[in-house]
Design a protein around this ligand. Structure first.
Ligand code: GLA
Length: 391
């Protein structure tokens, strides 16, 4: 047997029997992968998911760390006589699909709601939590996004804010317990748009990540409203439990390359999950290069797991800093001004970041070492970013 075959068999084995099943932490770094919603919405089906899985491999994204293939809303069918959920005809055999995804060295994610209906009006898990968790485990599911949706109506009827809050916590805890009971390691992703400061209690109900905001769209204004709106949340993230500012829009076509680089940079500094939300089957080389930049991904996936935060802001210019495990710091210098206003000069004095002697400076997107410096002045285009890594 050639070494390639041995390595492939080992990779598939590790995916089917993830090491976390023997005690390692789930989501030790922010989850990376793909989710169907941003591009395909209700059009997702078995074939779409297989194309995405194939493309994760052929584009090099899997090897860059993108391993979760997550089916979002609209896969759900009806329940059988015993109450077990079935996929609708778009997904004729979920177990076979999971086997296919696993055979590529990838993991499969799925979606449900604690309410009776999902946001798109399909069957939710209300009253069937244990059955659903067991079904997911039987299929070989590795990730669950659990979206509040119609549970909001149950909360509205609760009578008081406190009762509604407790009902929501109980609902998430219930599914977390059900997932644990299956014995299969399944990443638990809370989606309730940041209600009641979820970052304060998300980990206590078993969340590995939690959406901090409403939905993103493929628009610079909305993307930056969410991304820069994460200021102050860094202390709530860490290995196993992450703030989730929503899935990526990179490659969906409505932002410019500089804007997508801003998106990727912000998400990396925020230790955000990197869930590509584009059509992986038809990506431009530029989209692939933004999504797979190893140095940017290394910042996102840094093992220290400390989320970055806003360091300085003046008008439309901002500097965000993230401390990294090797003692270096990632520094994002953003110019939020319109593109037509021309480049802005943004200066950083490394002493202000706690470096007592000059540091070696690398421009990450340019892939260039800039030298040993005490301070640096970047020229940053409107809607653009300069990302440094200094040590
Ligand atoms: C909500 C979520 C989205 C997506 C849709 C699916 O809006 O926030 O991410 O899952 O539901 O219906």
């Amino acid at each position: 047997m050639s070494i390639r075959i041995v390595l492939s068999v080992l990779l598939v084995f590790l995916v089917v029997y993830p090491p976390c099943s023997v005690g390692q932490q789930l989501a030790a770094t922010p989850p990376m992968g793909w989710n169907s919603w941003n591009h395909f919405a209700e059009k997702v089906d078995d074939a779409t998911v297989r194309v995405a899985a194939d493309a994760l491999v052929s584009s090099g994204m899997r090897d860059a760390g993108y391993i979760y293939v997550n089916i979002d809303d609209t896969w759900e069918g009806t329940r059988d006589a015993a109450g077990f959920i079935q996929a609708n005809p778009k997904f004729p055999d979920m177990k076979a699909l999971a086997d296919y995804v696993h055979s590529k060295g990838l993991r499969l994610g799925i979606y449900s709601s604690p309410g009776p209906k999902t946001c798109a009006g399909f069957s939710g898990s209300y009253g069937h939590e244990e059955q659903d968790a067991q079904t997911y485990a039987n299929w070989g599911i590795d990730y669950l996004k659990y979206d509040l949706c119609s549970f909001g109506t149950i909360m509205e009827k609760a009578g008081s804010k406190e009762t509604a809050h407790q009902l929501m916590l109980d609902a998430y805890q219930k599914m977390s317990n059900a997932l644990k009971k299956t014995g299969r390691p399944i990443v638990f992703s809370l989606c309730q748009y940041g209600i009641d400061q979820v970052w304060r209690w998300g980990p206590s109900v078993g969340g590995n990540l939690w959406r901090t905001t409403g939905d993103i769209s493929d628009d610079y204004g909305r993307m930056t409203e969410i991304g820069f709106g994460q200021a102050g949340l860094s202390k709530y993230a860490g290995p196993g439990h992450w703030n989730d500012p929503d899935m990526l829009e990179i490659g969906n076509g409505k932002m410019k390359p500089d804007e997508y680089r801003t998106h990727m940079t912000l998400w990396a500094l925020l230790a955000a999950p990197l869930l590509a939300g584009n059509d992986l089957g038809s990506m431009t080389p530029e989209t692939v290069s933004i999504l797979t930049n190893r140095e940017v991904i290394a910042i996102d996936q840094d093992v220290k797991g400390v989320q970055g935060d806003r360091f300085w802001a003046e008008g439309p210019q901002e500097i965000w800093v993230r401390p990294l495990a090797d003692g270096s710091k990632a520094i994002g210098m953003f110019n939020r001004a319109d593109e037509w206003s021309g480049p802005a000069k943004i200066q950083i004095n490394f002493r202000d970041l706690g470096f007592s002697s000059p540091v070696s400076v690398r421009d990450v997107w340019a892939g260039e070492n800039l030298g040993i410096m005490k301070s640096y002045e970047a020229r940053v285009l409107g809607h653009g970013v300069v990302l440094l890594r200094v040590k």
